[in-house]
Design a protein around this ligand. Structure first.
Ligand SMILES: O=C(O)C1=C[C@@H](OP(=O)(O)O)[C@@H](O)[C@H](O)C1
Ligand SMILES: C=C(OP(=O)(O)O)C(=O)O
Length: 423
C-alpha cells in the first residue's frame, strides 16, 4: 500500500534559481565503507545523509566502527582496521550499494554475519557475488539467490583469482575490489578480480570504486580492460570531499529544459566523475532527443530521460537498459505503467527496450493520473517532472525519495513548485 500522496501544481513559469543536489550516494557509501575498514579517523565532507547512507553507517556502527555526524553533510569515521561480528543481522533496507559492498567486506570479519534487506532487496539478485566469494574459498550462502546472505568469515578476505559475472550488477565488481585489500597481509598471492565478460554496464561505477580505494591507500593495477590486481594493503584513514550526486542532478537538469528555466546547481556540469553526468549532454538536446538512447552507461538517469521523452518532438527508444528490471523495482515496467497511466499508448515495452511515443502537446493539458512509485525514489522523482507540465499528476508514496534525495520536494518548492498534499 502506498503511504501518502502529493499532487504537483504545474508552476506555469520557467523554474529558475539555485538548487543544489545532495552529496553522491555512490561515493558516500564507498567512502563510509573504506573509512570504516581503515585504521584511524577519516573525515568525509559533502556527504549524503539519506536512507541508503544511514543503512551503511548503522551497519558499520554495529561492527564496531565509531561514526560521528557533526553536521548535515559530514561523517567522522574512526575504525580499528577490523570489523567486529555484529550481534544481529545487518539490515540494509533496499540499499543495493550497502548490501552488495558489505556482503564481500564482511568476509573479512572473524565470525558470522548475516546481510539482509527489506522485501524489495530480498528480490534483488546477489547470487553471482556469493558464487564468486565461494570460488575464493570463502564461506557464504544465499539460498534464494537474493538476500539474506550468511557469511562465515575467518578474519581475512581470500587471496587468489576471482571471476565475476557482472551482467546483473556492476556492484558485484565494486564489492570484490573493495574487499580485496583485506586479504591476509604478506600472503603470496594478491587478489585478481576478472570480469567474466569483457564489458559491463555502468563501468563508470567501477572507476568510482578504484578512485575511492586509492584515496584510502589501496594499490590496484589494471591488467587489462577486464582484470584488476589488488595488493593486500588494508586501508589507511583519509579525508574525503564527496561531490554532489549526478543522478540527483538529472532531475534538476530536466526541470530546467522542460520549463525553459535556468537552474544553478552550484557545480559545473563537467565537474562530476559519476557515470550519470553523461546524461547532461542528452538532456540538453531536449526537445530534440535522439531517436535511440543507450542507457547502459547511465542507468539511473533513464527514468528521468524517459519521462522527459514524453514531451519530446519525436519518439525515443531506450536500449541497453535490461538491468533496470532488477533495480529498486522493475523500472521498465514502472515507467511504462506510469506513462500509460498519464495517457494510454504513451509507452511500449519491446523485450527489454522501452519506447516512449512522445507528444509535445501533453504540456498544458489536464490529465489526472495517480503514479505508483513502486517504492522507488527514481520513479517518484522522475514522474514529478511530468507534473511540472501536466495538471493532475499525483505521486503516490512521495517519501520514498528519502532513499537518496530526502530534500527533493523542498528543493523543487524552493524553485517555485507548489503541491496539493493529499495526506
Ligand atoms: O556502484 C554504484 O554505486 C551503483 C551502481 C549501479 O547499480 P548496478 O551496478 O547494480 O547496475 C547504480 O544503478 C546504483 O544506483 C549505484
Ligand atoms: C539502483 C539504485 O540504487 P541501489 O542499487 O544502490 O539500491 C539507484 O539509486 O537508482
Amino acid at each position: 500500500m502506498s503511504k501518502g500522496k502529493l499532487t504537483i501544481i504545474p508552476p506555469g513559469k520557467p523554474l529558475s534559481g539555485r538548487a543544489m543536489p545532495p552529496g553522491s550516494k555512490s561515493i558516500t557509501n564507498r567512502a563510509l565503507l573504506l573509512a570504516g575498514l581503515a585504521k584511524g579517523t577519516s573525515r568525509l565532507t559533502g556527504a549524503l545523509k539519506s536512507d541508503d547512507t544511514k543503512y551503511m553507517a548503522d551497519a558499520l556502527r554495529a561492527m564496531g566502527v565509531q561514526i560521528d555526524e557533526p553536521d548535515d553533510t559530514t561523517f567522522v569515521v574512526t575504525g580499528s582496521g577490523k570489523l567486529l561480528p555484529p550481534k544481529v543481522p545487518l539490515f540494509l533496507g533496499n540499499a543495493g550499494t550497502a548490501t552488495r559492498f558489505l556482503t564481500a567486506a564482511v568476509a573479512s570479519v572473524e565470525g558470522t554475519v548475516v546481510v539482509d534487506g527489506d522485501e524489495h532487496m530480498r528480490k534483488r539478485p546477489i547470487g553471482p557475488l556469493v558464487a564468486a566469494l565461494k570460488s575464493l574459498g570463502l564461506d557464504a550462502e544465499a539460498p534464494t539467490g537474493c538476500p539474506p546472505v550468511t557469511v562465515h568469515g575467518n578474519g581475512h578476505f581470500a587471496s587468489g583469482r576471482v571471476e565475476i559475472d557482472a551482467g546483473l550488477s556492476s556492484q558485484y565488481v565494486s564489492a570484490l575490489l573493495m574487499a580485496a585489500p583485506l586479504a591476509k597481509q604478506g600472503a603470496n598471492a594478491p587478489v585478481t578480480v576478472a570480469l567474466a565478460g569483457a564489458e559491463i554496464g555502468a563501468r563508470g561505477y567501477v572507476d568510482l570504486t578504484l578512485a575511492a580505494m586509492e584515496t584510502f591507500g589501496a594499490e590496484v593495477k589494471q591488467l587489462d580492460a577486464a582484470t584488476w590486481r589488488v595488493k593486500p594493503t588494508g586501508y589507511t584513514a583519509a579525508d574525503f570531499v564527496i561531490e554532489p550526486d549526478a543522478s540527483a542532478a538529472t532531475y534538476l537538469w530536466a526541470a530546467e529544459v522542460l520549463t525553459g528555466g535556468k537552474i544553478d546547481l552550484g557545480v559545473p556540469n563537467d565537474a562530476f566523475t559519476q557515470p550519470d553526468a553523461k546524461a547532461y549532454e542528452t538532456i540538453a538536446q531536449f526537445p530534440h532527443l535522439p531517436g535511440e538512447i543507450d542507457g547502459s552507461q547511465m542507468q539511473d538517469a533513464i527514468p528521468t530521460i524517459a519521462v522527459l521523452a514524453a514531451f519530446n518532438e519525436t519518439p525515443v527508444r531506450f536500449v541497453g537498459i535490461a538491468n533496470l528490471r532488477v533495480k529498486e523495482c522493475d523500472r521498465i515496467r514502472a515507467l511504462s505503467t506510469g506513462l500509460n497511466n498519464i495517457r494510454e499508448g504513451l509507452a511500449v515495452e519491446e523485450g527489454d527496450d522501452l519506447i516512449v511515443h512522445s507528444d509535445p502537446d501533453l504540456a498544458g493539458q489536464h490529465l489526472p493520473a495517480e503514479i505508483d512509485s513502486f517504492a522507488d525514489h527514481r520513479i517518484a522523482m522522475s514522474f514529478a517532472l511530468a507534473g511540472l507540465k501536466i495538471d493532475g499528476i499525483t505521486i503516490l508514496d512521495p517519501d520514498c525519495v528519502g532513499k537518496t534525495f530526502p530534500a527533493y520536494w523542498r528543493t523543487l518548492a524552493a524553485l517555485g513548485v507548489t503541491y496539493q498534499d493529499k495526506g
